[in-house]
Design a binder for this molecule. Structure first.
Ligand code: DAH
Length: 330
């Protein structure tokens, strides 16, 4: 019994202990052999030896169980120690994204006009001919429609080519005065260094009683806005044509790269074209039933501004989802 007790003490793992338990209790083990000896004994000797064996067996069982509990706890402890995490260690941290440069530019512009009390309006991407063209003084078969290549659906619906239809929707649902902008996606079948089939614009429209809104108001609001966007730039208005405004202008800023001396980006002109604008054509007011009104409107491409502000050479790169580009805007 002493040797058994010693063997238990020497066990260092649950596995070893289990092997010992089988050796002692198993069919060919110590107790089987000892109990077999009882056959050869007689009377009082047999009884007392049997009693001694039972006592030993019980004691041994208790010792094994106690050792097992101890070893299990120890092994558990060891696992905890081995697999412990040092929660005070610094980690590399999660990979947090950033606003897409186009969305960032759009937010910046939206915030600017919202702070001047412009409402922010929204309209559908799938438009009809009336809102996208006709009501904007672009009658069917009019050559000015060629200014905007269009994705058509079989039923005649189309993907809006500009955010200008939201002017129409807003005027049809509200009475003057109107003071709105509309940021959003627009679509045209173009793809090259400076064009993608989907891009973003911001449209602006201000309407009030006849004589209350002038081209001078338009000039001053856009000049201030372009300085907010691009810093200390010169702004020039060039006569142009849009069917929905009369007179119309395109607006240039002095090149933010060469400051007017001429470079590749401004094609040596010293100027960068950034938006289109004008005072609202009477035919547009007629289409929405506005009487005795005056107004101005403007439209601007977001990608072009984002490209200029972040010096992105290829517009297509903005929509490829390449993390190496996007990570630079964190
Ligand atoms: N819709 C024009 C375009 O996509 C941009 C534009 C020009 C909008 C003049 C206007 C405007 O509201 O008055 O090219």
């Amino acid at each position: 019994m002493e040797t058994l007790q010693k063997s238990i003490e020497e066990c260092n793992s649950v596995k070893e202990l289990e092997r010992l338990r089988v050796e002692v209790f198993g069919k060919k083990g110590y107790f089987s052999k000892e109990f077999a000896k009882l056959k050869e004994l007689e009377g009082g000797e047999k009884i007392s030896y049997a009693a001694k064996l039972n006592e030993e067996k019980e004691k041994f069982g208790e010792l094994v169980n106690a050792k097992k509990t101890f070893l299990e706890a120890k092994e558990y402890e060891d696992i905890l120690k081995r697999d412990a995490l040092d929660v005070s260690l610094y980690s590399k941290g999660a990979n947090i994204g950033a606003l897409h440069p186009v969305m960032d530019t759009m937010d910046k512009i939206t915030e600017y006009f919202a702070s001047l009390n412009f409402s922010v309006e929204d309209g559908p991407l799938v438009e009809d001919d009336f809102h996208n063209f006709e009501a904007l003084n672009l009658p069917k078969f009019h050559p000015a429609r060629d200014m905007q290549d269009t994705f058509y659906f079989k039923d005649g619906a189309l993907l809006r080519t500009h955010t200008s239809p939201v002017q129409i929707r807003t005027m049809l649902s509200q009475q003057p005065p109107v003071r709105m902008i509309c940021p959003g996606a627009v679509f045209r079948p173009d793809l090259d260094l400076t064009h993608t089939p989907m891009f973003h614009q911001i449209e602006g429209l201000v309407v009030d009683k006849k004589g209350a809104v002038s081209f001078a108001n338009l000039k001053s609001i856009l000049e201030e806005f372009l300085k907010y966007m691009f810093g200390d730039v010169k702004v020039r208005f060039r006569p142009s044509f849009f069917p929905f405004t009369e007179p119309s202008a395109e607006v240039d800023i002095s090149c933010i790269f060469c400051h007017g001396s001429g470079c590749r980006v401004c094609k040596n002109t010293g100027w960068l074209e950034v938006l289109g604008c004008g005072t609202v054509d009477q035919n547009v007011f007629n289409a929405v039933g506005y009487k005795n009104c005056s107004g101005y409107a403007f439209g601007m491409g977001m990608e072009r501004s984002a490209m200029l502000l972040h010096r992105i050479p290829d517009l297509r790169a903005l929509f490829e989802g390449d993390l190496r580009l996007l990570e630079q805007f964190k």
